[in-house]
Design a protein around this ligand. Structure first.
Ligand SMILES: *Cc1c(COP(=O)(O)O)cnc(C)c1O
Length: 394
């Protein structure tokens, strides 16, 4: 019940144990094609270029950024938490001229602030996290794509922590690139990174391509046109996922099966219904922690559905209490980074764990642990009661 990774759905675990196939086996290529169809729906896009990058979420982020950024490109990264810093760092390694703007931790950016920065910097790429688990904030993206379009910038978002538990509409919001991972609201293991690219972004990454079937055709690999990575060269990855099926990497069969099953579960339950389940679980957890006398961190009107941060009460040893949750109840809750280190716990309700019983048991355990460490300023049973009221619609 932390900020991720989380427990995987049982059928995702079963998918991971399915027999392996080679990268050109008809079953493998059919599964790849099916996975593309499923993820187009998960992302809310008609983008042909919707694939899985083999690797953790960071592999998707890095593939998008190193393939879209040419050395010297101006990139704008609005930073409102830890993962914004990661985007800026990756852009720097891709040899971009990186410009950052910063929101206070616990806040998001108004569109006008992002627009002002875009007008000033004139970036070729705006890279922004959607849901940053480090602060629990969900950045509204719906109006930023249009601004990027007006200024001729590509718009990329890291939706790892938010996808499937919060609305995401790649096409309607004007995203040119978006990436995620499975280990948050999608309810799978880490190790596969769903990615989608708009036709504009595909033009950029394929224009850089100078390598075919693993053999360099022309040019100097140190020239700016070459993507600084072979593994993350999206032009090559798209050639493998596309009709040409050009050899690149050996597709990670088990992770593909898991990614496919994660998307299938979202679509069988229904995209809206999955989000509604995350909303309900998040509201119940929020009501529960408040009823236990805990104070929340950040602007609640922009909180992600699937995580809440609470201040560790005065006098309660944060790490010892987390250890007691884990050792005595088998429940993991999250610690924090940077300016919040040692100040807040982060409690997640995502994917398979966005469930009433998981919320109830976590609150009951938390109450017992808080009481043990001397925090008693609440009504006994109040956390579970408050969450139950949300689930009963009271
Ligand atoms: C959890 C998270 C990641 C994780 O990246 P990994 O490479 O899978 O560890 C990336 N971005 C965001 C916004 C996250 O919340």
């Amino acid at each position: 019940m932390g900020p991720g990774p989380i427990d995987a759905y049982p059928s995702v675990l079963r998918a991971l144990s399915a027999p392996l196939t080679g990268q050109y086996d008809p079953f493998m290529t059919a599964t790849m094609t099916e996975t593309q169809v499923l993820y187009r729906q998960v992302w809310g896009t008609e983008n042909e270029a919707t694939v899985i990058v083999d690797g953790t979420s960071r592999a998707g982020i890095e593939a998008a950024m190193v393939s879209l950024i040419r050395p010297g490109d101006r990139v704008l990264v609005p930073v409102f938490g830890r993962f914004g810093h990661l985007l800026a760092e990756i852009a720097e390694r891709a040899m971009a001229e990186v410009h950052t703007i910063h929101a206070e931790w616990g806040q998001v950016f108004p569109v006008s602030v992002v627009e002002e920065a875009i007008a000033r910097v004139r970036p070729t790429l705006v890279a922004m996290v959607q849901g940053d688990t480090s602060t629990t904030m969900l950045q509204p993206l719906d109006e930023i794509g249009e601004v990027c379009r007006r200024y001729g910038a590509l718009f990329y978002s890291d939706a790892t922590a938010s996808l499937a538990g919060n609305p995401f509409e790649a096409d309607a919001w004007g995203l040119d690139a978006a990436t995620a991972g499975l280990q948050k609201c999608l309810g799978g293991p880490s190790g596969a990174a769903p990615l989608t690219l708009s036709p504009r972004a595909v033009e950029v990454v394929t224009a850089r391509k100078r390598v075919e079937a693993g053999i360099r055709e022309e040019g100097d690999p140190q020239a700016p046109d070459f993507v600084r990575s072979n593994y993350f060269d999206l032009g090559m990855i798209l050639d493998y996922w596309g009709p040409r099926r050009l050899n690149h990497h050996t597709e990670a069969a088990s992770m593909l099966y898991a990614a496919r099953e994660c998307a299938r579960l979202v679509l069988v339950e229904g995209r809206e219904a999955v989000i509604a389940r995350h909303v309900r679980a998040g509201e119940a957890m929020l009501a529960g922690v408040r009823a236990l006398g805990l104070t929340t961190f950040g602007d609640l009107s922009h909180k992600m559905t699937n995580i809440v941060a609470v201040y560790i009460p005065e006098g309660v040893p944060g790490d010892a209490a987390r250890a007691a949750m884990l050792e005595d109840f088998g429940i993991e809750i999250g610690t924090s980074f940077g300016p919040l280190h040692g100040k807040v716990w982060r409690i997640g309700t995502m994917g398979y764990n966005a469930r009433e019983d998981a919320v109830m048991v976590t609150l009951a355990a938390l109450e017992a642990v808080l009481r043990r460490f001397g925090h008693t300023a609440f009504t006994a049973g109040g956390g579970v009661d408050a969450a139950a009221d949300i689930y009963r619609g009271a």
